[in-house]
Design a protein around this ligand. Sequence first.
Ligand code: ATP
Length: 268
Amino acid sequence: SRVRVMELEESPNVTFAQIGGLKEEIEEVREAVEYPLTRPEIFEKVGVEPPKGILLYGPPGTGKTLIAKAVANQAKATFIRMSGSELVHKFIGEGAQMVRELFSLAREKSPSIVFIDEIDSIGSMRTQDGTSGSAEVQRTLMQLLAEMDGFDNRGNVRLMAATNRVDMLDPALLRPGRFDRILEVSLPDEKSRLEILKIHSAKLNMKDVEINSLLKITENATGAEIQAICREAGMNAVRNNSDYVTMKNFTDAVFKVRRKTRSEDIMY
Ligand code: ATP
């Protein structure tokens, strides 16, 4: 069951070409995470310490995990993902131990990139849900801070984290020498949505589909929603026994996908 909370990929198969938009964000992550692994001599020559950890924040489904995986691929590094919320909800009493194991695994598998998703679950100022008891969560956070402090930024383990709630984070996590680089990953603008639409519709056999109309009806959609819309549009064509995807298939898909995410927001 430990496999679930820590997911390990030798060198993820995500490439930068599969990411729409986010050009500046990708460059920032490469500077903080990839170049210290692949070209450490540059940092040495210039005499600058690379950042210790980079925190990505923004709405769910905007590509934070995707960037982390693409950078791991580019650096030929092992990608180790740990979910903060699974850690807190499924490993009650074992959180601190799991954090220790995470860092020891990262050193063993280096060069590696550790990606802690939903870090707010371990690093919140207040724990709203009484599920695990805040003392346990506090111990887990303390272990994480200790691991970060005893960690060489010039080493070949790089640290990333993601959250949807940066405002909730314990400031201790954001101090210099911890997650000292913070990067916003926001909803895609029109140009980025166009790129994302092209990526996720590349294999669809489409007829009379106007990409500009798709752009209009996907306003405020995340990358994950655009991917779901493209898949659902394809499924609509399959249901109609058609060989190709129409504009109507897309509008129906948008309606279904957006309604679904909206109701999830309400449940939240
Ligand atoms: P969460 O906070 O929920 O973990 P996230 O920001 O990490 O979200 P991802 O897991 O990276 O989101 O995105 C989910 C999926 O949505 C990706 O696997 C990809 O298919 C699609 N996607 C998201 N953003 C983009 C993008 N910018 N370009 C292409 N696809 C995207």
